[in-house]
Design a protein around this ligand. Structure first.
Ligand code: NAG
Length: 273
């Protein structure tokens, strides 16, 4: 049972988080004072990357431990969505079963560290870093460049079914259009493939936590945290997309953890028909 103090600590946890983020925005501004005017997206990317390179590993440690068990079973050809600087890659603890991983990461400032992390965990020659967002239009040219696809195969991109597994760890909270990204990723998954997720989501089990999530969204969480939203019903979106596309997942093995927390996660595997 969570005590009042536990809850309070949990609800106030964004205070240091947002303070650090403001600090990194200021730092990026000092380093690149004109960039906010000339290219605001690039400025945001640099500010957030600064934060991530410093604190990404510490945040990654706070991931629900269940994800390690799931990634120890990973095999075949994998799409790793939004790997950041690769701070979660050590959880792919059986790299010998993995044929190749394509890591789709729009934060180009993180790419060097991402390659380095892949090397450290024995995925060096299997890990392909792709500069793209979680949208098909962006992913496909990257896959062509990485040699997984030929450019003529991109002309009919509906349901290419390329991957045995798609991994999303705290990334669907921040994609600009959740349903559209989920639909794009779903089409890239092979029949029988695993959609492995570990995402923080809207807390619909605790009214207090839910109100606190809404409060932090109101005061600017999304802007300061690289587009991250605290109040998404990610599982619902995934189930709806699968239903529309082919009548739903064959198997849904999802658990919600930390149900009292404003950072409650869904963790598990959805298996495609
Ligand atoms: C991974 O490989 C090991 C042996 O190298 C094997 O025992 C294990 O069953 C494999 N795991 C999967 C999920 O295929």
């Amino acid at each position: 049972m969570a005590t009042t103090l536990d809850c309070l600590m949990d609800y106030l946890f964004p205070v240091p988080f947002l303070t650090i983020s403001i600090f990194y925005f200021a730092l990026a501004f000092l380093k690149h004072p004109l960039l906010p005017l000339t290219n605001f997206e690039s400025f945001k990317e640099k500010a957030f990357a600064g934060l991530w390179l410093q604190f990404g590993a510490a945040f990654a440690e706070q991931t629900p431990p269940q994800i390690s068990t799931l990634l120890a079973q990973s095999k075949g050809v994998i799409l790793d969505v939004g790997p950041g600087s690769g701070e979660q890659l050590h959880r792919f603890s059986q790299p010998q079963n993995i044929t190749a991983i394509y890591g789709v990461e729009p934060g180009v400032t993180l790419h060097d560290k991402l390659r380095e992390s892949a090397g450290e965990v024995g995925l060096g020659d299997k890990y392909h870093v792709i500069s793209a967002t979680a949208d098909l239009d962006s992913i496909l040219p990257g896959l062509v460049k990485a040699g997984l696809l030929k450019s003529n195969e991109v002309s009919a991109p509906e349901d290419l079914q390329l991957f045995d597994e798609i991994v999303c760890i705290r990334v669907l909270c921040g994609v600009p259009d959740l349903r559209s990204s989920v639909a794009d990723l779903y089409g890239l998954l092979k029949p029988g493939g695993r959609f492995v997720v570990c995402e923080h989501v809207m807390n619909s089990k605790s009214t207090a936590a839910n109100l606190v999530q809404r409060f932090w969204m109101l005061v600017g969480w999304k802007r300061l945290m690289g587009g991250c939203e605290l109040t998404r019903d990610t599982l619902q979106a995934m189930l709806e997309v699968a239903n529309e596309k082919d009548g739903g997942f064959a198997k849904v093995e999802i658990k919600q953890v930390d149900e009292h927390s404003m950072i409650t996660h869904i963790v598990g595997v959805l298996t495609k028909k």
